[in-house]
Design a protein around this ligand. Sequence first.
Ligand code: NAD
Length: 320
Amino acid sequence: MMPNILIIGACGQIGSELTIALRDKYGNDAVIASDIREGSQELMESGPFEILDATDSKAIAHVVEKHNISDVYLMAAMLSAVAEKNPLKAWDLNMNSLLHVLNLARDKKINKIFWPSSIAVFGPTTPKNNTPQRTIMEPSTVYGISKQAGERWCEYYFNRYSVDVRSIRYPGLISYKTLPGGGTTDYAVDIYHKAITDGTYTSFLNKGTFLPMMYMDDAINATINIMDADTKDIKIRSSYNLSGISFAPEDVASSIQNHISDFTLTFNPDFRQDIADTWPNSVNDTDAQNDWGWSSKISLDEMTEIMLKNLKSYYKKESL
Ligand SMILES: NC(=O)c1ccc[n+]([C@@H]2O[C@H](COP(=O)([O-])OP(=O)(O)OC[C@H]3O[C@@H](n4cnc5c(N)ncnc54)[C@H](O)[C@@H]3O)[C@@H](O)[C@H]2O)c1
């Protein structure tokens, strides 16, 4: 059976690309994009769109019924840096949106859920290198607390109500199509934009701050693959570690310098440094590899080539 898909929070950094990838796979009309705001021209023109607030359970139920939805991808959330400024609002959005969707699956109104977790579930007491799937998790940000609680709810709904919910702990994601939404890893997108527009960048994370990262195409593939996997192969119903590349700001700068030799990088760490300091340098994703065949494809240098090529042509068009 072909799924009818609803993406909630479709106009953000991940949703924008996920919507197009799912429309390519299942057909434009089978993928309903929704958000509290309109998205890119490509997203708005390529298929159906609904204005939908993820905290409004009745409105979600209405859209699910109207479009006969089977699968929901819940991408709406308040990200780490913004959440620290609005802790209770972040908790309300991140938790209640998930519970609304889990309840729809419990009540058999939908079949399958994708909900993203994050490396933010880890905290300062977690082993920092090659962080295991199961380890100490004492997140210190409200974003991390909401993701960790979300993981527990997902597993609980699977065990108690057989809800088919699947989840990945995304690392920091890098893409050129949509700007990031206020996370701690956003520097790794900004740096490419500034390399082209200014030839220099001041990083809000310090030299030597290694974090798990990934190019968007790998993250979209992982999302589609975990949702395609046989139910019996999804052995972890909280959320899977997912590893791509691990680097610090100066590594991105060297990679950029292979293309723009006079690019310079300076450092001016802000409050986001304190968040980054609590997160892993790299994570171990053996379970995702073994259970549903995950493998990452795109290296730092390949990502740099893609980012610079596409952003160059974007800024060239802008200046015409
Ligand atoms: N981007 C990353 O690097 C990253 C890393 C780890 C986890 N994640 C997770 O992936 C998911 C998507 O992240 P993203 O980077 O695309 O975020 P984003 O901030 O770019 O996009 C979120 C979207 O949700 C929408 N939204 C906000 N409040 C809403 C509401 N009440 N109802 C409906 N829509 C609402 C926003 O308008 C926005 O379009 C989130 O759960 C995030 O925590 C992202």
